[in-house]
Each structure stands twice: as C-alpha cells, then as structure tokens.
Ligand binder design. Structure first.
Ligand code: ATP
Length: 369
C-alpha cells in the first residue's frame, strides 16, 4: 500500500518565510496527483518534504501506516525524478540505470533483470550502450525515469520532469508518463506550473497559490466548477474571461448588467444570487472562451445574453479561431469556429452560454455559482 497522508503540514524556512501553510491531503494508492500553481507557490517545497529532502516545520506526513517525518529519504521507499535529470555523462544508459542498485549491493543478475525490464517499459532497449551525450532530450528523460523505475518504489515524485523539453517532446512524454502510470500502478506525485500538463496527466489536481491549497479535484471538476477566481483564472487556456457586472434582481429573475449589456441568468444560478443577497452589488462574471459564441444560430437562441464588441485581434490556430476584444475594461477572448467571418476591426455580437456563466463575489473572490 502506498497511500500518503499530509496532515496540517507547514514549512517555514530558516529566514522565517512561510512557504507552505496548513497543507492537508489524502492520496490513495495508485493515484496520480498533480501539484500545480504559479512559480513560488510552494509546490516543490511540499514535494521535497514528502521526499525527505526538506524538514517539515509542523504537521504529520504518513506513507501507508507509518509516520515518516523523521525517516531518512533513502528509507521512505520513494524515487524522485527532477527537471535537470543529471545523468552521469561517462556512464552508458545501462550503467546509469544500474548505478543505484550497485550501490545497494543488489546481485548482478538481479540488476541485469531489473534494468532490462525498465528499458523495455521505456523503449530504451536499443540505447543501453549509449552515453547520455548521444541521446535526445526525450531519451535522456526516459533514462532518468528508468533510473527511478528500477528501484521499484512505492511512490514516484516528479518535479517538473518535462520542463527542459521542447513543446512537441513534452506532448509525447506526457503520453509516455500516462502509460507508465497505468503499467506500473504506482502512486505518483507530480509537480508542474503548466496547467495543460496538470489537466492531461492527473487523476486529481491540487491547485496552490502563495503556500495555500486552493482546491483539490479531478481535472473536469476544476474546469467546470472552480471554487474561486484564482482557480478559475489559472485552469484553462486561453483563460476564463472576467468582467465586473452589477446584479439586478427582479422577482425571480436576475440580470447581470455590464455596460450596455444585460445578461439574464438561468433560474438555478439566479436563485444563488438572490439567496446570497447580491441585489445591487457588483460581482464578477466569468465565462470561458468556448462559451462565447458568434454563430447566428446561437445568437438567435440566446437573445438574453448578448454583448457587442469590436475585435482587436483575430488569431487563427487552424482548428479554431480566437477573437480577442475589449469589453467594459476587460480583455476578453472568444474561441470560435474557423469558418467565422469576423475579422480585426469588425463589430461583432456575441452570445454567452447562460448555463456556463460563472459568478464570483468581488470581495471574497469565492464562487457564488
Ligand atoms: P517553482 O515553480 O518556481 O519551482 P514552487 O511553487 O515549486 O516554484 P518553491 O520552490 O516550493 O516554489 O518555493 C516556495 C517559496 O519558498 C518561494 O517563494 C521561494 O522563494 C521560497 N524558498 C524556497 N527555498 C527557500 C529557502 N531555502 N529559504 C527561504 N525561502 C525559500
């Protein structure tokens, strides 16, 4: 069993800086958990505490049924893969992978079996005699993974392992790591600041900001139901559009008024604003780019959620087009069909998908609906 439990974990560095504050998380056996957040939010610090490379200031860290706060890194049954995968340049791929096992005095024939098994899993069999300088970035990264796999750890820790690779290789390695997780069935904790990597790899994602966990959920739930403005803005690319709006209640109906537009909310969302006493208050309306439509059919169906704006930038990406425009002091983006006729300088009517509108409290920044 390689479940992990982080209970009220805090980290204050010797200079007094509090890098992690009251971190709580239960990780189940075989889970693939991602720590994601902007630079400096405390993800590496948390991972390093799990690895035992950094002291825990307070709180408890459990691996399985053992509290490991004071257990040496080498006795924690975990393996870590770093972004600068630091292979030994003078050793072959085989020796790089065998090195840790030799140190631990594992018998030679057993080492051979473990290295060849790992090489097979990672498709490195043909490269075992090469030195690192004769490998591509992605191959080197796979050797670094191989070195971790041969140790057969209960838990894998990965700290931005793909950040040194180009975009294409990163995409390929993401798929490799997913396959590896399925094949090995090991618990993985993976740190990244890249929300795409987080969304595509994780079974669960921990979103952090300034040392504090903001939300822990599956990728889909984080995307559909972010708990606050930070998570809503961080997850998703291009990011969610935000615009200030005034809440106007009329009986059971609620309109969000932003400039000339008055956007009517569906009943269930309206109720949350009425019950929360938001009548007359300014809130933040959030809408994802794919929920801002310019197709005539959609506009005809949604007469109550229409805004009008002038396109500042038309961005063609092949399978889709991003239309960037300013609206009431906010820069917004619509992700539309490439067959759109809208171009830079055009004044365009957009309809928002009412069911997909998010509303946030402007002061607490928490999600209202
Ligand atoms: P990145 O994505 O940039 O690696 P991160 O989320 O992994 O960021 P950490 O490396 O965990 O961030 O650092 C969290 C905070 O702790 C940062 O503000 C950093 O400056 C601070 N910090 C890290 N190491 C120390 C240290 N030894 N002493 C004091 N502060 C530190």
């Amino acid at each position: 069993m390689a479940s992990l439990s982080l209970k009220h974990i805090n980290k204050a560095y010797p200079n007094g800086f509090e890098a992690v504050k009251d971190f709580n998380l239960e990780i189940e056996d075989k889970e693939f958990v991602i720590f994601v957040g902007p630079s400096g939010c405390g993800k590496s610090t948390t991972l390093r505490m799990v690895a035992g490379l950094e002291d825990i200031s307070s709180g408890e860290l459990w691996i399985g049924d053992k509290m490991v706060n004071d257990v040496e890194p080498k006795d924690r049954d975990i393996a870590m893969v770093f972004q600068n995968y630091a292979l030994y340049p003078h050793m072959t791929v085989y020796d790089n992978m065998a090195f840790g096992l030799k140190l631990r005095k594992v018998p030679k024939d057993q080492i051979d079996k473990m290295v060849r098994e790992a090489a097979k899993i990672l498709d490195l069999e043909a490269l075992l005699d090469r030195k690192p300088k004769a490998l591509s970035g992605g191959q080197r990264q796979r050797v670094a993974m191989g070195r971790a796999i041969v140790r057969n750890p209960k838990v894998f820790l990965m700290d931005e392992p793909l950040s040194n690779l180009d975009a294409k290789l990163r995409g390929q390695m993401r798929i490799e790591i997913s396959k590896l997780h399925q094949r090995l069935g090991t618990t993985i904790i993976y740190v990244t600041h890249d929300q795409t990597e987080a969304m595509t790899l994780g079974t669960r994602i921990v979103v952090m900001s300034a040392g504090v966990v903001q939300q822990v959920d599956t990728p889909q739930t984080l995307y559909d139901r972010p708990c606050n403005l930070f998570v809503a803005g961080f997850i998703g690319s291009p990011q969610m559009n935000f615009v200030d709006a005034k809440c106007k209640v009329n009986g059971k109906k609620v309109a969000l008024v932003a400039g000339p537009a008055s956007i009517e909310l569906p009943e269930a969302k309206a109720k949350k604003l009425i019950d929360g006493g938001y009548d007359g208050k300014t809130v933040v309306l959030g809408i994802r780019p794919e929920d801002v439509h310019d197709e005539p059919d959609f506009l005809a169906k949604s007469p109550n959620t229409i805004i009008e704006a002038t396109i500042r930038v038309y961005e063609m990406l092949g399978a889709e087009v991003y239309l960037h425009f300013d609206y009431e002091g906010s820069t917004m983006t619509a992700r539309v069909d490439p067959r759109t006729t809208a171009r830079t300088g055009d004044t365009v009517k957009f309809a928002l998908d009412a069911d997909r509108i998010h509303v946030f409290d402007k002061e607490t920044e928490k999600t209202i609906t």
